[in-house]
Design a binder for this molecule. Structure first.
Ligand SMILES: NC(=O)c1ccc[n+]([C@@H]2O[C@H](COP(=O)([O-])OP(=O)(O)OC[C@H]3O[C@@H](n4cnc5c(N)ncnc54)[C@H](O)[C@@H]3O)[C@@H](O)[C@H]2O)c1
Length: 314
């Protein structure tokens, strides 16, 4: 059975551990810096196993030795947003945390594929790739699956139909300038424009862009975690089961869509090796322009990263 390490046993990490166990997708090692936290949650999750009927293949730990030889490492360690904060506001603290975590992953699980969850997502994926030295195929950021799920749900609620009947894709940054591809979204066999007015579509796009903040505003002390954990699970399944699913994920662009040297959400084929292919779909000129603006936002946040980050923690 594959081995999955989850770094950070907070809301997203512990929920992902539960979902992974329920699917019996992998053996799980849950690691947190807070003494006892991962062990306590692992024990609790084990005790749910006899009731829910899954194998309790989980270990909680503070020790990186326990993640040795993991096939997949999902990084959720770091601070989450509070009301009024943007994802970029987490940059300084989380870049230090992710930098430390990635160094340990490089030592103990050098062959793993990494799924980054920590925000600001696209920049944290870059930090992990730089810090580990892993090839771009093995460092992916989770955002597009979540953003598309939110968009699909909002469309479904508007039309009073099931979200499974809706295809949607969201590219670009995991931020206010994410790019829901309205032209590629369908309801059954019909385009979105056939079933909803321009004004309604625009309102749904805006709600999708602000969906994370909407939840932060309600929860106040934490940010969303059920749908984020479910989205990370889908990516994990694609990789660990070599599904070759095409999903949106943040990947290091090297010329695709005219983008270079930036982690940004693009449609990708995911399989055992992680990123297997970046799928280039035809975008409308306005969509391509929005994607480029979104990538510029990510580059601007990256530029704010302390220049010393990669020197001081070397
Ligand atoms: N990509 C996305 O779409 C998405 C969605 C939701 C949340 N997030 C991000 O995921 C991160 C985690 O969110 P959460 O709600 O689980 O937060 P949380 O506060 O519940 O959990 C974070 C955990 O990380 C641990 N941690 C901190 N430093 C660590 C270190 N050096 N090593 C190991 N563990 C460490 C903390 O002890 C805590 O248990 C946040 O940055 C959040 O913004 C991203």
């Amino acid at each position: 059975m594959a081995k999955m390490a989850i770094i950070g046993a907070g809301n997203v990490g512990a929920t992902l551990a539960l979902f992974t166990l329920q699917k019996e997708l992998a053996r799980v090692v849950l690691l947190d810096i807070v003494p006892g936290l991962a062990q306590g949650k692992a024990l609790d999750l084990s005790q749910a196993a006899p009731v829910l009927g899954y194998d309790a293949r989980i270990k909680g730990t503070e020790n990186y030795e326990d993640i040795a030889d993991s096939d997949l490492v999902v990084i959720t360690a770091g601070l989450a947003r509070k009301p009024g904060m943007s994802r970029a506001d987490l940059l300084d603290k989380n870049s230090r945390i992710v930098s430390q975590v990635a160094s340990r992953v490089k030592q103990t699980a050098p062959a793993a594929v990494i799924i980054m969850v920590t925000n600001p997502l696209d920049v944290m994926a870059y930090v992990a790739m730089k810090r580990t030295g892993f090839p771009r195929e093995r460092v992916l950021g989770m955002a597009g699956v979540l953003d598309a799920a939110r968009f699909r749900l909002f469309i479904a609620q508007e039309l009073d139909i099931q979200a499974e009947d809706i295809e949607a894709i969201v590219l670009g940054s995991h931020g206010d300038r994410m790019v829901p591809l309205v032209g590629h979204s369908t309801v059954g066999q019909r385009s979105l424009g056939e079933v909803l007015s321009y004004g309604k579509i625009e309102a749904l796009v805006q709600r999708t862009r602000g969906a994370g903040a909407e939840i932060v505003g309600l929860l106040k002390e934490s940010s969303a975690f059920y749908a984020p954990a479910a989205s990370a699970l889908l990516m994990a399944e694609a990789i660990l089961k070599d599904k070759k699913w095409v999903l949106p994920a943040s990947v290091f662009a090297q010329g695709e869509y005219g983008l270079k040297d930036v982690f940004v959400g693009l449609p990708v084929k995911l399989g055992q090796g992680g990123l297997e292919e970046i799928i280039e779909i035809d975008l409308l000129p306005a969509e391509l322009e929005a994607l480029h603006k979104s990538a510029q936002d990510i580059k601007a946040v990256l530029a704010r990263l302390s220049k010393s980050l990669f020197q001081t923690t070397e």
